[in-house]
Design a protein around this ligand. Structure first.
Ligand code: SAM
Ligand code: GLN
Length: 296
């Protein structure tokens, strides 16, 4: 019987092209990239290795691995989940079922935070940072990679996510500057912090069923569900942050579509002053909202 995923007896190049075509036929608009990543992972080759070995035949083991990856991708599993790794801010981050796949949109939070720190001439100070709901550690580790004297705490309610974040910190050589703590956003922290960042869950509970299947069926619900109006996490973490920041300290959060007004209002009510219009992501959608704690 013809199988949609059978790479037996093919060269590496032919297998890659056949997988690209199968993914395209299934409506995948990143078919070429996905096929390259999956072939590379199944064979343990980087791009150069794949080009060099293009005309070699797949071994039976390689073929089995690739076909298993292809079946998972064709069933809608995101490439990052299949590989167990995703690049964020140029850093390879390992993932588990308990961690959100870090999104390029979230780099907007890192950019805004760095931009504000640079404007204040603070990037070479021994900054204290907290990342509330750290998941894979993405935002915290990106910031620590840019701020050589900074130290930070990542929190999460998921112990599994924290373990993944801890391992990511170790793999990136940042473990001595990153501590992972199990608590409700900033609930167990004493601070004070110069910078607090967060990409909390912000999807309305009733909207989760309508999310793209790659998100809904594969990202952990605890990473997505923002309660009835999507703002539950902000209510908690903004008021906590107001008490944890140094005077003039910064809070930078990711927001979902259309949430900037509500989030800025929560910040203002907590005694924080928005530092300008939200920063847009690559799609032009307002994505990072920031505020400063007013000096007493
Ligand atoms: N910061 C990561 C990123 O940007 O990729 C993960 C963001 S994910 C949208 C939100 C994270 O918040 C998840 O890791 C989830 O487990 C965590 N979380 C949910 N509720 C929490 C709570 N009450 N306290 C702390 N973390 C929480
Ligand atoms: N950015 C994610 C999505 O909509 C949601 C993550 C979140 O709730 N912070 O796919």
């Amino acid at each position: 019987m013809f199988s949609v995923s059978d790479s037996t007896g093919q060269t590496i190049d032919a297998a890659r092209r056949a997988l690209t075509a199968r993914l395209q036929a299934a409506g995948n608009d990143s078919a070429e990239l996905d096929a390259r990543l999956l072939v590379g992972a199944a064979l343990g080759l980087d791009l150069t290795g794949m080009i060099t070995a293009a005309q070699r035949m797949l071994t039976p083991d390689e073929s089995d691995r690739l076909d298993a990856f292809a079946r998972r991708r064709l069933a809608g599993e995101p490439v990052a989940r299949i590989l167990g790794i995703k690049e964020f801010w140029g850093l390879p981050l390992h993932l588990t079922a308990a961690t959100l796949v870090p999104r390029p949109d979230t780099e907007t939070v890192v950019e805004r935070a760095l931009e504000l720190l640079r404007a204040g001439g603070a990037t070479d100070r021994a900054l204290r940072i907290a990342d509330l709901g750290t998941g894979s550690g993405a935002i915290l580790l990106a910031l620590l990679s840019e701020l050589p004297r900074a130290r930070g705490i990542g929190t999460d309610i998921s112990l599994d996510a924290l373990e993944t974040a801890r391992r990511n910190a170790a793999r990136l050589g940042l473990a001595d500057r990153a501590t992972m703590v199990n608590c409700d956003y900033g609930g167990e922290l004493t601070g004070p912090f110069d910078l607090i960042v967060s990409n909390p869950p912000y999807i309305r509970s009733t909207d989760i069923a309508d999310l793209a299947a790659e998100v809904r069926d594969h990202d952990p619900r605890a990473a997505l569900d923002g309660g009835a109006d999507g703002l539950d996490a902000y209510r908690t973490l903004i008021s906590q942050s107001a008490g944890l920041l140094v005077p003039n300290g910064l809070l930078v959060v990711e927001i979902g579509h259309g949430q900037s007004g509500d989030v800025e209002a929560l910040m203002t009510a907590a005694g924080l002053s928005p530092t300008g219009p939200p920063r847009a992501d690559l799609a032009g959608i307002p994505r990072a909202v920031s505020a400063r704690r007013l000096p007493r």
